[in-house]
Design a protein around this ligand. Structure first.
Ligand code: ATP
Ligand code: MG
Length: 566
């Protein structure tokens, strides 16, 4: 039931000095001058996760022009922008007082990527802003004056400055929304252009450091080689030119430290759209591109890795390969097969994080270790089949082995951070110096089998409660298990990690039984998210989720150690 803000002030006054639990009385929705404030859930004590607040306002009251949310893409980008501007203001007003999280105000907002998230959502006419507030206490007794300051001064100021159009930077908000829309349109157009990735002329690819995703200052801007230059007309930005990486097999070669991995990493992240100023705006990749790496130690459950691996010692079956502790080569093979199973269209592979014996087997090794003694059919003999038979392209960083020249459709050489197209030269060299290798790939790639998980795979219960939680970006606690996502390099936001945890449960409850394969069930799960939004995964309102891709969702399930396959 809706109550007056004055009523809230009245309750607060009566709470001063009382035990923290009395704050529970605040739960409810209150009418402020231009918005409603809903106190959805009050924390149990000052050290517990902060209380959940939602600010609800009819969008027209913010004065934001309709054009900025007139379609779904714009809606996503606008909400992303508002979460950031709200966050910026919380940083101004959020303070520390008393014990625990007292006086802290916090909202989830994105970093370099623009993602669909549920901290700010625009449902029909209403803008909802979900954030967290540490209700103030001294020890465990309520500090009502401080709470009043937070609710009646700080939050209104944050809302006023962070959400009201006349206080926002109009050029910034437009750029944010329209460049996002442009990038999404560009991503959709890649397939009609027969390219898997587009790297804008002048883009800044390198990052500040390995742990800091902002652009490197003083970096050399991307220069597009004329052979691969493409020009595209986009609604907002107009004509944009850049390098189009064609479908098929592409090699990125070049000397050490010349920028190969940096280029591949930018391509990996191109499955997301970036904020203005990131440097990777309009660096856009097929949304179904997946980074593949070796991941020894992972578990693998009944994956048919026989296209790559056969005749393991002790007669271990590779058409339904099971291990609690995969090796370098078998983990990389499983990662590829699982990617194909879920429908990936492009594989992104870096020699830096690959198993060498999975990637290559040269003439000398073929002579010393006979085929009968080597379980692996190396990737070099399979990568062409992947494109010919399934239309799956590969972009491969390979500075160490020229044997790949024989099968590459396009060869890009990085030289002092600048790309050159050297396909012809590489072909010429391949003609001149034969590798002498015997192709070990067989006639066909082999078939991709769809697997169906069993219900007992998924148990989110721990101590009689559902326990699903993200512990940092790359770890999910699922019931009594820990899922290690550190090999999923395209996971970028902890909100995605949380959402994946809940989505596993959602899939297990809603679609597992009545679908025939993991792929089918997860596609239906993702279709629900597309249709109804992220909120459907939880029974209560909490704005800390961001939308993951189906690839990472499947990746988490595939790494669940309790996974059982029919
Ligand atoms: N355009 C650029 N301008 C400035 N520095 C860059 C640029 N591109 C990459 N770098 C920096 O150069 C360094 C080497 O880049 P990168 O790791 O991509 O090299 P690499 O070719 O993959 O090397 P290796 O063969 O040893 O794996 C990194 O520190 C990276 O941040
Ligand atoms: Mg490298």
């Amino acid at each position: 039931m809706l109550k007056e803000a004055a009523h809230l002030r009245g309750i607060l006054k009566g709470l001063n000095g009382r035990g923290y639990k009395a704050y529970k009385k605040l739960e409810g929705e209150y009418e402020f001058s231009w918005y409603h404030l809903s106190i959805d859930h009050v924390q149990g004590d000052p050290f517990a996760s902060p209380s959940r607040f939602t600010l609800i306002v009819p969008i027209e009251k913010t004065g934001i022009p309709k054009a900025l949310f007139s379609n779904k893409r714009r809606n996503i980008a606008l909400c992303d922008f508002l979460a950031r501007s709200f966050k910026k203001e919380t940083e101004r007003f959020s303070g520390r007082c008393g014990t625990g999280h007292s006086c802290q105000i916090y909202i989830e907002a994105g970093r370099q990527e623009i993602l669909e998230r549920n901290s700010v959502v625009l449902n029909g006419n209403n803008l909802e802003v979900r954030f967290f507030v540490g209700l103030p206490a001294h020890g465990r007794s309520i500090l009502a004056n401080k709470a009043e300051e937070v609710i009646f001064h700080h939050i209104p100021s944050i809302a006023e400055r962070g959400l009201v159009y006349k206080n926002l930077n109009k050029r910034q908000i437009e750029e944010h929304v329209y460049s996002y829309e442009d990038q999404e349109i560009l991503r959709q157009r890649l397939s009609e252009l027969n390219i898997v990735s587009f790297i804008r002329e002048g883009a800044i690819l390198p990052r500040k450091s390995g742990v800091e995703d902002r652009p490197l200052k003083g970096a050399i801007p991307f220069v597009c080689p004329k052979e691969l230059k493409i020009e595209i007309e986009l609604p907002y930005r107009g004509r944009v030119s850049g390098m189009g990486i064609p479908v098929g097999v592409t090699l990125i070669v070049g000397g050490g430290f010349h920028g190969k991995s940096t280029l591949l990493q930018a391509i990996e992240r191109g499955v997301y759209s970036h904020i203005p100023g990131d440097g990777r705006e309009y660096v856009v990749t097929d949304p179904r591109a997946l980074k593949i790496r070796a991941e020894d130690g992972r578990s693998v459950v009944k994956v048919d890795i026989s296209p790559f691996i056969n005749n393991l010692p002790l007669g271990k079956d590779t058409s339904s390969f099971f291990t609690e502790n995969a090796s370098g080569s078998t983990s990389q093979a499983a990662n590829i097969i699982e990617a194909l199973e879920i429908g990936a269209r492009v594989l992104l592979i870096d020699e830096d994080t690959s198993a060498t014996n999975f990637m290559i087997r040269d003439k000398r090794m073929q002579s010393l270790v006979k085929k009968e003694k080597e379980p692996i059919s190396p990737f070099i003999d399979k990568v062409g089949q992947l494109y010919r038979e399934f239309g799956v392209s590969t972009i491969l960083v390979m500075g160490g082995c020229g044997d790949y020249f024989d099968i590459a459709d396009t060869v890009i050489m990085m030289d002092s951070y600048r790309p050159y197209v050297v396909t012809e030269m590489a072909r010429e060299i391949a003609r001149k110096y034969s590798t002498g290798r015997i192709n070990e790939g067989g006639e066909k790639f082999g078939s991709i089998r769809q697997r169906k998980p069993l219900p007992e795979s998924f148990n989110p219960i721990r101590s009689e409660k559902v326990k699903i939680e993200a512990k940092g970006l790359k770890t999910i606690i699922f019931g009594r298990q820990v899922i290690d996502l550190s090999a999923l390099e395209q996971l970028v936001d902890i909100g995605q990690t949380r959402a994946i945890g809940y989505l596993i449960n959602y899939y297990a409850k809603k679609y597992l039984k009545n679908t025939n394969s993991l792929k089918d069930g997860l596609e239906k799960t993702m279709a629900d998210i597309e249709k109804y939004g992220l909120d459907i995964v939880l029974p209560y309102r909490i704005g800390n989720l961001a939308r993951p891709r189906i690839e990472e969702l499947a990746g988490a399930i595939n790494r669940l150690r309790s996974l059982k396959i029919r």
